[in-house]
Design a protein around this ligand. Structure first.
Ligand SMILES: C[S@@+](CC[C@H](N)C(=O)[O-])C[C@H]1O[C@@H](n2cnc3c(N)ncnc32)[C@H](O)[C@@H]1O
Length: 387
C-alpha cells in the first residue's frame, strides 16, 4: 500500500538563511512558501514515490517540507543551494536531493513530474527559460503550482505561464502572497526559441570604447546593457603589469574582467559568481572577445581560491539578496578579497553613494581611498590588506 506523505509545516522546521544573518527580522521563508505548503497539504495527495520538481526554492523551506519525496531541486543560485543543503542537514531530513542547474542535468531523461513547484523568479527571462525547459518533463496530469509575493506577480507573469504551460489562474492574495495554478495543455509547448543550449536567448551589447561585447544569459545582472555603476568603474581600472592575476568578483556577464584583459594579453583572469548562468555568460563573453584560457568559479564569494595570490580584484557588489537589502554579501566580499590579495594587491569597488562601505573596507584594508568624483557612484580603492 502506498503511504501518503504529508508535507512538513514550515513553522515546525528550523530554517536559516545563507549567508547567516544577525538580523532577526529576516526569515528564511515567507508567506508565499507557507501558502504553497498549506495548499499542497490540503489539496494534493503525495507519497514517497511522487516525482516532484522544485524550482527557485530560496533557502530550503519547500525542499525541507517535501524532502521525503526526494525532489529534484533546480536553482540558479549557489547560495540558495547551500542554504537548502544546510537546512536539510540541520533538520535531520533526507539529504539525497538531486540538485540541478539546468534540465539537461536531470539524470532520468524520460521522467515525467507529478508536481512542479515554482517560486516566481525576479526576471521574466529566467522564468521563460525555466518554463520552456520543463515542457518535456510534464504532461497534462502534472500539477504546476507557482507562488510569489503579490509584488512579484504581474500580468506578464501570467502571460508567460499561459504561453509556455497552459491555462493559468491566480488565487486570492493571503499575507501579500499569491498562488498560480497552471493546467498543462495536451500539446507540448516546447519551443526552440529560448533554449539555453543553443544560446539564442542571449542578450549582446557592445562597449564601443573598448571594442568588447557582453553576452548575457537569462536572469543575469544587466545582461542587456552596461550597468551605470560598472561604467563609472571603467574610468578607474587598474594599470596591470605582465602576468598579473586579476579576479572579476561577482562577474555577472564578465564584462569588467574581459575589458581589462583586452589591453593585457598576459593577464591571468579569474571570474567568480554565485549564479550558474552568470558564470556561463562570463565564459561566453571572455571566449568571444579574448579567447585565451581563464578560470571560472561558481562559488560563494571567493571560496576555493588560494590566499595571497592575486594582484587586482574588481567588484560591483550586490546589495540585495532575494529582494531584501543586505550589506553582508559585500562585507564578505571585502573580507575575502583581503585574504586572496598579495601584500601589494588592490581591490576596486564601485557602489551607490548611499552605501556605507568605507568602515567595512577599513576593517580589512589599511588604506581605503575614494578615487571617483561621480555624483551618484563612488569608486573605492582598498590596498594593504590586513592579514
Ligand atoms: C551588481 S552585480 C555585478 C555584475 C557584473 N560585475 C557587472 O558589473 O555587470 C553583482 C553580481 O554578484 C553576484 N553575487 C551575488 N552574491 C554573490 C556571492 N555570494 N558570491 C559571488 N557572487 C555573488 C550576482 O550574481 C551578480 O552577478
Amino acid at each position: 500500500m502506498r503511504m501518503t506523505m504529508i508535507p512538513l509545516a514550515i513553522d515546525k522546521l528550523a530554517l536559516s538563511r545563507y549567508p547567516k544573518t544577525s538580523d532577526q527580522s529576516l526569515r528564511a521563508w515567507n508567506s508565499a512558501d507557507e501558502y504553497l505548503v498549506k495548499h499542497i497539504t490540503e489539496n494534493l495527495t503525495l507519497d514517497k514515490s511522487s516525482k516532484v520538481l522544485i524550482i527557485n526554492d530560496q533557502f530550503g523551506a519547500l525542499t525541507c517540507s517535501l524532502s521525503e519525496c526526494s525532489p529534484v531541486c533546480w536553482s540558479d543560485s549557489f547560495l540558495s543551494r547551500t542554504a537548502i543543503a544546510e537546512n536539510l542537514k540541520f533538520n535531520s531530513l533526507n539529504e539525497k536531493i538531486n540538485f540541478i542547474e539546468r534540465t539537461e542535468n536531470i539524470t532520468q531523461p524520460d521522467i515525467c513530474f507529478d508536481l512542479v513547484i515554482i517560486r516566481i523568479p525576479k526576471h521574466n527571462s529566467l522564468l521563460t527559460f525555466q518554463l520552456n525547459s520543463i515542457a518535456q518533463f510534464i504532461n497534462h496530469n502534472t500539477v504546476i503550482l507557482s507562488a510569489g509575493m503579490t509584488k512579484e506577480i504581474h500580468n506578464s507573469t501570467t502571460t508567460l505561464f499561459n504561453k509556455y504551460i497552459g491555462e493559468t489562474t491566480t488565487s486570492l492574495a493571503k499575507k501579500k502572497a499569491r498562488l498560480m495554478f497552471s493546467k498543462p495543455s495536451s500539446t507540448p509547448k516546447v519551443s526552440n526559441e529560448n533554449l539555453y543550449d543553443n544560446l539564442t536567448d542571449i542578450k549582446i551589447y557592445e562597449v564601443k570604447e573598448y571594442d568588447v561585447k557582453s553576452y548575457g544569459l537569462p536572469g543575469v545582472f544587466s545582461r542587456e546593457s552596461l550597468d551605470i555603476g560598472s561604467r563609472v568603474l571603467l574610468n578607474y581600472l587598474p594599470e596591470t603589469k605582465e602576468n598579473q592575476n586579476l579576479i572579476d568578483l561577482g562577474c555577472g556577464t564578465g564584462i569588467l574582467g574581459t575589458i581589462v584583459a583586452k589591453n593585457n594579453s598576459t593577464l591571468n583572469l579569474t571570474f567568480c559568481d554565485e549564479s550558474f548562468l552568470a558564470v556561463e555568460s562570463a565564459k561566453t563573453t571572455y571566449e568571444k572577445n579574448i579567447g585565451r584560457s581563464a578560470e571560472f568559479h561558481i562559488t560563494d564569494v571567493l571560496a576555493g581560491l588560494e590566499n595571497d595570490q592575486y594582484d587586482h580584484i574588481l567588484c560591483n557588489p550586490p546589495f540585495h539578496q532575494q529582494n531584501v537589502q543586505t550589506l553582508s554579501i559585500a562585507n564578505k566580499m571585502f573580507k575575502q578579497s583581503a585574504q586572496k590579495l598579495k601584500d601589494r594587491g588592490e581591490l576596486r569597488v564601485v557602489a551607490n553613494r548611499h552605501l556605507k562601505y568605507r568602515p567595512m573596507l577599513s576593517q580589512y584594508f589599511k588604506n581605503v581611498k575614494m578615487i571617483s568624483d561621480d555624483s551618484k557612484f563612488v569608486v573605492w580603492l582598498a590596498y594593504l590588506p590586513k592579514k
